[in-house]
Structure formats: structure tokens, C-alpha cells
Design a protein around this ligand. Sequence first.
Ligand SMILES: [Zn+2]
Length: 283
Amino acid sequence: LTQTAYKPIVGIGIGTPGLVNSSEGVVVNAVNLDWKNLSLARPLQAKYHLPVSVFNDSQAAAMGEFTFGEGNAPESSLIAINLRYGVGAGIIINGQLFHGDGGGAGEIGHVVVQEGGFPCRCGNFGCLETVASTQAVIQRVQMLINQNANSSLTKIDEEISIDQIEQAFKVGDPLSRQIVMQAGHYLGIAISNLIGTLNINRIILVGEMTCFGDSWLDAIQKSMRQTTLSRLAEDTHIEIGQLGPNGTILGASALILKDYSLLFTRNTRQASLIERGNHRGSS
Ligand SMILES: [Zn+2]
């Protein structure tokens, strides 16, 4: 939360990749950053003298879309899938962020979807992250570029970026199209697993992979329909998030404000209970 002359700071909310222990403010394991048991909250609390809350970035993004996106009733549910360098999901059930027993609810990036697939930084092979993330798309394009002389990407000398792949994809480059559609296919399977487990109808996609737009979304929907019960597929609505890259920041703000307002509510309740006790005592 930014400080202005008129707005007091409630605290600092952080959305970080990886498995997070929010009550301790510790990143237990962030595979792509090589962080293990990293205490994030404590040094920031010491530096800024403010409460610091640490959340998983995908869980924060889900909270951002739920709080600031349109079309969510207070008790509704949704799943936001964050598709960037890594992949993760945040699950909102009946208006509440679902953390799971160990804080890892929605940690779908390291679920294997392609047995015997490419190695992942977590030590497994064929994780969702190795097929559906921006790093996966870039790696595959670079790997196959020499066999695809007709691709416009062969003209790029330096390391290929996701923006260059996006541009090529939008003008119908066959190599980009093949790899992005494959990414969508595996994501559709992952979504089937989520809706088969949770039966949540609203799926929101966020992160850099959303730059591939409607064609990518079509591949995801097609694959989801092929791999789940038709009734569940009919009820499921997959859409691209409304908040863009600010979703995680807004979600971290919403989560810390929620903690703050709960504290306030608890204090008010406690004060009211004490007051009621005093009244009883005096009557
Ligand atoms: Zn993995």
C-alpha cells in the first residue's frame, strides 16, 4: 500500500511465487527462484515497522479478481490460474480464499500432466509448468526453430522473447501456433482436474500467457470439454482476468485489508462483549 499524506498505511501485503506459510511470513519453497524457507515478513517488518503479510502470488491474484473484478457475488467461488514464468492457481470458495492444510492449495504448476515429459526445476518431468508457462513456450520454440525454416521467428538472432512469439502467433506463424495450442491443451486437462474436484464454474486466467488471447482460450476450452464430464464442462466458464498485471498487487492489498478489518471486527466484538458484560454486572 502506498503512503500519501491522506491515506495511512495499514501494512504491507506481498504476493510471491512458491509455497508460502502465511502465518509465519515464510516462503517455504519457490522452485523458480531457488528459495527455501526464506523469511520475507520479518526483515521487512523490522525495516518498515509495519505489519507484513506474505501470500502466494496466484492466491493473491485470485483474491484480486474476486474483490475488484466484476460479476462476483460476496459468497461466490472462483479459481484464478496464474500463467507466467511459473504456473499456480488461487481458489476462492464461498467468498473465502482456500489455503489448504499446508497453504499449498492451487499449487498445480508441479502436477505432472505429461509423463516422461521435459525436466522441471522441481526434479520431476512433465509438470504443467513445463508445457503451459511462458518459459515452456519460449524453450519449445527455441528447441524447434531450426526444424521450422518457414517460421518468422528464425529471423531473430538474439534469445526469443514471449512478446516476439506473441507477435508471430498473431500473424499466424505455424510454429508459435503449434506450441501455444499445445500449452492450451495441457492447461485444459489441468482445469478438468480442478473442476472435477471442486465443481467451481468460474475459471479466470491471468498472467503473461493471456497475451495469446481467444485462439489460446479456444484450445483450452476444447481440451477441457474433451477431458471432463459434459455436464461439468457445460457449466464451466473460462475467461481472461479483468485486472491485467495489477491483479496480484490488488489481491495482496485486499488480503491485508481483510486481515485488518477482521482484527477491527474482532476488537469491536470484544469491546461489545466487554461492554455487555459490564452492563450485566451493573444491572
Ligand atoms: Zn515441477
